[in-house]
Design a protein around this ligand. Structure first.
Ligand SMILES: Nc1ncnc2c1ncn2[C@@H]1O[C@H](COP(=O)(O)OP(=O)(O)OP(=O)(O)O)[C@@H](O)[C@H]1O
Ligand SMILES: [Mg+2]
Length: 256
């Protein structure tokens, strides 16, 4: 059993609405884990429970063996968990570098140290050429990578990415995927929510599927995409057909 991130029987209720229902899974260290499922399945709510924005109604979350459910967001951030938001929120008037420095102040008291840390994040997220631009002037693709860089500046061990390629062009999706792989190679564990299967399936080590707040599948991408329950609840017959065609074209050695 992994001692890194453990989600244990997490339930989150909003009044009568059960957003997450008895959800349990582990994210082992060093892994890219995908969290997928239809709109309203409870993915962002689960992120909010992990990052401390909500205290789960029931269940527990452990990070490196320590119970974190119920702790406030700033304490969870200090333990090494950072998250991005589904809707990007840069400080529009401030430069790209200054936006990233805000995150770096979590662990660095001096501006010089925070700048140095921020510059490394700038580089890791392919944002060097925009360092002095106001964040509000960036394209959506660059804003999404800035959102990742801001989270990265808090020096996380675990990064929660909420739909970081939604709305991007295929070139921008490709750039983001390169960034995510670089972060994994740096030793950062990643839990990512995503609807774009082409982005998540090739890089994920493991996929967890939520539907109506419940975990309906968990396993390697190649197993999960062929699960009849996942096809019915989320991927759809069209996706399954496309996959079968791709597999036939690639021979039995196809990626998925
Ligand atoms: N603060 C809240 N108060 C009341 N209901 C909420 C709240 N946050 C989420 N919900 C409800 O909980 C359910 C799960 O929402 P959530 O945002 O977690 O879904 P999601 O899987 O992230 O969906 P999407 O793919 O559309 O982003 C939805 O029915 C949503 O309306
Ligand atoms: Mg969401």
């Amino acid at each position: 059993m992994s001692e890194f991130l453990q989600i244990r029987n997490v339930t989150m209720k909003f009044g009568e609405l059960l957003a997450d229902k008895d959800v349990s899974f582990d994210v082992p260290k060093g892994m890219i884990c995908g969290l997928i499922g239809p709109n309203g399945a409870g993915k962002t709510t689960l992120f909010n429970c992990i990052a401390g924005y909500y205290a789960p109604t029931a269940g527990e979350i452990f990070f490196e063996g320590k119970r974190i459910s119920g702790l406030p967001p700033y304490r969870i951030a200090r333990l090494g968990i950072a998250r991005t938001f589904q809707v990007v929120r840069p400080l529009k008037e401030m430069s790209v570098l200054d936006n990233i420095m805000v995150g770096a102040f979590l662990h660095h008291a001096s501006a010089a140290e925070a700048r140095k840390a921020a510059e490394r994040c700038l580089d890791l997220c392919f944002l060097e050429e925009y360092r002095n631009k106001p964040a509000g002037d960036l394209t959506i693709g660059n804003k999404k990578r800035l959102e990742v860089a801001r989270a990265l500046a808090t020096n996380p061990k675990l990064l929660l990415l909420d739909e970081c390629v939604a709305g991007l062009t295929s070139t921008e999706v490709h750039d983001m995927v390169q960034v995510i792989k670089r972060l994994r190679d740096e030793g950062i564990t990643i839990l990512m929510v995503e609807h774009i299967m082409e982005a998540i399936m090739p890089i994920a080590d493991k996929i967890v599927v939520l539907s109506h707040g419940e975990k309906i599948a968990e396993g390697s991408p190649s197993v999960v995409v062929h699960d009849p329950m996942v096809i019915t609840a989320y991927l759809g017959e069209k996706f399954a057909r496309k996959l079968a065609e791709q597999k036939a074209a690639a021979g039995e050695g196809g990626a998925l």
